[in-house]
Ligand binder design. Structure first.
Ligand code: ADP
Ligand code: GLC
Length: 482
């Protein structure tokens, strides 16, 4: 049996802000239980829902040296779908009404504390991992600490580490002196071949330098991040480590996202019944959101964090033009104020056509995936993207820009070859997006049989975790040894 420990800042069903939580919540369940004992560590945030907190059971606590005093480390546990979860509790660091705060320095302190607390907790939990699988910059210090101060003890000596990049944009940077004080690491670590990048200390870089292997969440993004545009300044390092870097595309939880058994949707459906039942869901949603109730309208969904990454500038630029068409746009998302207000504005301007739902709702998201005809995702960059996978599963045709995971997972419609599961465009250009959207509209309105075949192919495509979980297992075996 090989022991694997996932360490991350969010995971479904405990806490979620984006796709990272979906991955951390679903991948461990899919790894073969006969060969791997996979456990997960998350923080215990004050902002977690009461019912989630009630599932947790206190194990013990200890005090840990951090900066210049002793800090409380509480340990809790819960079991979810057969996977053992641990939670690190400290009310100073994990307070607030969101998992991530605005104060960047406090964020750095929080995640260094967390990384150190996780390693310190292992002997207390009597769980010795063969490999620690770290996710994103918040856990970047773990591989560094593993090779440094924790190495001395026999307990830590042989533990391997993997760093998975879900989003290279976020790296956790602050000035060297301060980070040195927070981490307690020697000068030796703050050189450009280790934690330093462009004069700052960079936690993700630490993880990428010291981890035994690096992965990212699609094959295309694994290539892109070695280039200047996508590399966010770390392209040189990623090129240098390209032998240890692989892209493994994300899956989605086929139990949670199943239109046939989804408690959030009014009219469940499958590959055979979708033609009738999707329309019923569409009318129900139009009614609920106050849009014109008409099941013939082409309805496009957007469920997204509202940030630059998601290509919202293209949408903002084209919205007036798009709203001249026979179309309805349903948005569900939160994020930057300018994008939130942009959608609110267009809802005010075109009340029959646009519905802007500026909040977070699991239930509404499922209804949008189920009710819409198409899903628009014109991302500027996209490490993998899960929304398009959920859309495919729900028979909702993705319209995407050809970047990162969107390239790997959406096969563009080809009318001559009778192939494709969605529509796509290449350049980050609003007119190209509009052309792809209008092409989709044309097929929807005038070639419905072709449209239905696109839906059929999308619903048949397999984006469960099965294949990708095996690739992770292969990597674990390669690193740990057979
Ligand atoms: P990212 O991780 O970059 O945000 P992904 O496509 O990988 O993008 O994952 C986003 C996940 O978050 C999807 O499961 C999507 O449905 C969900 N999501 C995003 N915004 C909302 C929202 N406002 N309400 C409910 N779910 C949301
Ligand atoms: C990040 C990326 C997204 C990816 C998700 C899960 O949030 O932005 O593309 O799907 O992580 O890996």
């Amino acid at each position: 049996m090989k022991n694997i420990l996932f360490v991350a800042s969010e995971g479904v069903p405990f806490i979620k802000t984006g796709g990272l939580a979906d991955v951390v919540g679903s991948l461990p369940k899919s790894i073969a239980k006969e060969y791997y004992d996979v456990r997960v560590v998350l923080p215990r945030y004050l902002c977690m829902k009461q019912e989630v907190k009630e599932q947790m059971e206190y194990i013990t606590h200890f005090f840990m040296d951090f900066e210049d005093k002793q800090h409380y480390v509480g340990l809790l546990q819960a079991n979810y779908c057969g996977v053992q979860y641990y939670f690190i509790d400290n009310e100073e660091f994990f307070q607030g009404n969101k998992p991530y705060g605005q104060d960047e320095l406090q964020e750095i302190r929080k995640w260094v504390y967390f990384s150190k607390a996780v390693l310190s907790a292992l002997p207390v939990l009597k769980f010795k991992p063969d490999l620690i699988h770290c996710h994103d910059w918040q856990t970047g210090m773990l591989p560094v600490y593993l090779k440094e101060r924790f190495r001395a003890g026999e307990f830590y000596e042989k533990i391997k580490s993997v760093m998975t990049i879900h989003n290279l944009k976020f790296q956790g940077k602050w000035d060297v002196k301060t980070v040195q004080k927070i981490t307690g690491l020697a000068d030796f670590y703050f050189t450009p071949d280790k934690l330093e990048a462009y004069k700052d200390a960079n936690l993700l870089k630490g993880g990428l330098v010291f981890a035994d292997a690096i992965t990212t969440v699609s094959k295309a993004y694994a290539q892109e991040i070695k280039t200047t545009f996508f590399g966010e300044g770390l392209e040189g390092l990623l090129q240098a480590r390209s032998n240890d870097l692989r892209g493994i595309v994300n899956g989605i939880d086929y139990e949670e996202f199943n239109p046939e058994k989804d408690p959030a949707i009014e009219y469940p459906y499958n590959q055979i019944t979708y033609r009738k039942e999707k329309l019923k869901n569409k009318k129900a949603l139009q009614q609920e959101l106050g849009l014109e109730v008409n099941d013939k309208r082409f309805m496009v969904g957007i469920v997204s964090r509202l940030t630059e990454q998601k290509g919202l500038d293209l949408i903002a630029y084209m919205m007036d033009e798009i709203c001249q068409d026979d179309i309805q746009i349903v948005v569900l998302g939160t994020g930057e104020t300018k994008y939130e207000n942009m959608f609110r504005h267009f809802e005010w301007k075109y009340p029959e056509k646009v519905s802007a739902n500026i909040y977070y709702s699991e239930a509404l998201s499922h209804k949008v995936y189920a009710a819409c005809d198409a899903f628009l995702m014109p991302s500027l960059f996209e490490p993998c993207g899960l929304s398009q996978l959920i859309s495919l599963r729900y028979g909702t045709v993705p319209i995407v820009r050809e970047t990162g995971g969107l390239i790997d997972t959406v096969d563009p419609y080809n009318q001559y070859e009778n192939s494709g599961t969605g529509f796509s465009f290449k350049n980050y250009n609003a007119h190209e997006m509009l052309a792809a959207l209008r092409y989709a509209e044309e097929i929807y309105y005038y070639k419905r049989r072709e449209w239905n075949k696109i839906v059929d192919r999308g619903m048949l495509a397999d984006y469960s975790w099965e294949v990708s979980a095996k690739k992770y297992q292969e990597m674990y075996d390669w690193l740990i040894g057979y």
